[in-house]
Design a protein around this ligand. Sequence first.
Ligand code: PMP
Length: 387
Amino acid sequence: PSFFEVVNYTPPDAIFELTKTYNADSTARKVNLGQGTYKDENGNPWILPAVRSAKEKIKDFNHEYLPILGLPLFRELATGLVFGKHSAAVQEGRIASCQALSGTGALHIAGTILKQALGRDTTVYITNPSWSNHRQVFESIGLAVREFNYSTSAGVNMQSLIQTLNEAAPKSVFVFHASAHNPSGWDCSPDQWKYIGAIVKERQLFPLFDAAYLGLTSGDYDRDAFAIRYFADELGLEIAVCLSFAKSMGLYGERVGLCAFSSNTPTIAAAVESSLARLIRVEISNPPAFGARIVAAVLEDEEVYAQWRNDLLTMSSRIAEMRWQLYQGLIELGTPGDWKRITEQKGMFCILGLTPDQVLHLQKEYHIYMAESSRVSIAGLNGSNVR
Ligand code: PMP
């Protein structure tokens, strides 16, 4: 008998499997529209010029442990970046934060703290559709997860969203995508966020912002952070932010992110931060240093920071251009279907609305790889392959 007899086989993650199959395909004209990682106009991974400059600046560092909560300069600058330097919550010391293992690690920490704070019976509401990892991250912590209809092929389903907000029990957690909703590509407008915020406040729900695409969505970080800042500062709500630098700085493998809570008082923030420290201490003792040093070096230096803002524009405008070219190509070829939404949606992704058979056909016959849901990562397109 084995001690592991009760351990079930878990199928591999679909999107990482797709990358594996793509990598093993020896056809030169293959196209990867699966994993959401930015590629340049030649289809290659892009090291941001700002990141290159930052790495030059931090060449000379030792390999000691970081503090438990992470690199202090990184935490300070990343907090100012996402909440805004002039945010009252920042200036009044009401933000608790820790460095996290990218966006995923931040979500896991946020969920764990929220379970402690709100109780183990707390329900976490996620959008349908949503990022494939949301459900299992929160369920693995032992929280109940419920889905609500978020979008149609024409946009955000405000009616469903509002109804769900109105019916949820007080203290329920709502996972909002701060910008560039994955996978739908539909975001709320500022006015819609204001409407949602008012209900969240009135009904005492807890908003958790998953912020994986700030800056990459519109090209303007401040604009993409609208909902976070509106909830924290204008409405004065307690919120969680799970920030990733994977997409916005191209630091996919460095696993650098921030988990931050805005709270009502500096005393509460100190208590929450102490809980974050205990959690990090038992899980990883202290976070990895390299990515945090890079992010801090980008945000610290005026010139490198300006370069980064430019890099965000380069990425977001290339994605927008590819949306146009894909749309125009489909129209010129008289492809049946309504494709206008390709150019209306935001961020890296678009759900084409193909059947699993059609998706498989494209993969087998044309070496075009995409998720089974027909979600495509637009960043995998370029001038040479879009046609
Ligand atoms: N949230 C969403 C919605 C995402 O799409 C992603 C990346 N695919 C993440 C969080 C986290 O990614 P990472 O852990 O690489 O920062």
